[in-house]
Design a protein around this ligand. Structure first.
Ligand code: ATP
Ligand code: SF4
Ligand code: MG
Length: 307
């Protein structure tokens, strides 16, 4: 993804303002940041699924070529927040997977059904769950079925936008572990959008922290989440409860609020909330540069470790 910009009619500033990153084959890459940062739009741009009224600029390439609508469900799979929106309520789970298999490869019915059962068994769903309708399954089981569905046609990339927010914390962890494990087993790259920084630390290889439509810090999950240098990342981490995982980890506990899209102007978008902001920050928007082996968009990155 190179120089991605997404704007809406009437919006003075763009909702996504020049986001670039490359995903390495097989890695788990997370997008984190407060609500409205542009995570979902960025993730959806990978799938060509931005709202119709949006204007998209920049390049999104998969294996060096453009992404086409035909890639959805084949080379790229999408895991939404709510499993029910990925599953049809009127078909048995195994039939939905079998249908998906048959829509991509010429496979006989029986063969597709057994492939579907194997895919469901791989996510811990036995014959009974496989033969059930989605509403008969628990939320966790449904999200497992969605993972099986996402991976059934061997995609190169799986995009999961807050795939576990509908679940309770224990199930969230189990489903994320499974998602990561199944993607790794299939050799698929995982792009995970999440508010849950501890979970991202456990499950992602690299992470990009987004603020107001831009990336402020990008590097290995260990570097960025354990030794953050961007004031915004440090603020996000400092706002986490000291012990345990945040429930329903919605994070905006930082002082102040992100700028409304269209607000802003010159300077760093985080300056009004940043303890270290100075004249330079208010005058010139920082661009990404390499600091301590990660990319940071900040005039005064800190070298102190916080965590
Ligand atoms: N259909 C739309 N029309 C106009 N503006 C939109 C639309 N969708 C998104 N936006 C703008 O883009 C911004 C970023 O949206 P996005 O959904 O990517 O945020 P996000 O980081 O995923 O937030 P959240 O954590 O709440 O899911 C929003 O704040 C909103 O202003
Ligand atoms: S550029 Fe300045 S205002 Fe922006 S995050 Fe860095 S120190 Fe804070
Ligand atoms: Mg979102």
């Amino acid at each position: 993804m190179d120089g991605l910009r997404i704007g809406f009619p009437g919006g003075e500033a763009e909702a996504v303002r020049g986001v670039s990153f490359e995903l390495a084959a097989g890695e788990a890459f997370a997008l984190v940041g407060e609500s409205g940062a542009g995570k979902s739009l960025t993730a959806r741009a990978l799938l060509g699924m931005v709202p119709r009224e949006a204007t998209v600029r920049g390049r999104v390439l998969l294996d060096g070529g453009p992404v086409t609508p035909a890639d959805l469900g084949r080379r790229i799979a999408w895991i939404p927040q709510d499993a029910m929106s990925a599953l049809s309520p009127v078909h048995r789970v195994e039939n939905q997977l079998a249908f998906s298999i048959r829509s991509v490869t010429r496979t006989g019915r029986r063969e597709a059904r057994s492939a579907a059962r194997r895919a469901l068994a791989a996510v811990g769903l036995g014959p009974e769950a496989a033969g059930a309708y989605p509403h008969a399954l628990s939320g966790g089981m449904r999200q497992r079925a969605v993972i099986a569905m996402a991976l059934v046609n061997g995609p190169a990339l799986v995009v999961a936008d807050e795939p576990t927010t509908a679940l309770d914390p224990e199930r969230q962890e189990a489903v994320l572990t499974l998602l990561r494990e199944r993607c790794a087993a299939a050799g698929a790259t995982l792009l995970l959008v999440s508010h849950d920084l501890p979970a991202v630390r456990r499950h992602a290889d690299r992470v990009a922290v987004m603020y107001a439509g831009r990336i402020t810090e990008l590097g290995s999950a260990e570097q960025v989440l354990e030794r953050p240098v961007a004031p915004y990342t440090r603020g996000l981490l400092a706002s986490l409860p000291r012990t345990g995982l945040p429930r329903r980890a919605r994070l905006p506990v930082l002082a102040g609020a992100p700028p409304a899209p269209g607000a802003g102007g010159a300077g760093c978008g985080f300056a009004p909330r940043c303890p270290g902001a100075d004249d330079l920050c208010r005058r010139a928007e920082p661009t990404l540069r390499t600091v301590d082996a990660r990319a940071v968009a900040c005039h005064h990155p800190s070298e102190e470790a916080t965590a």
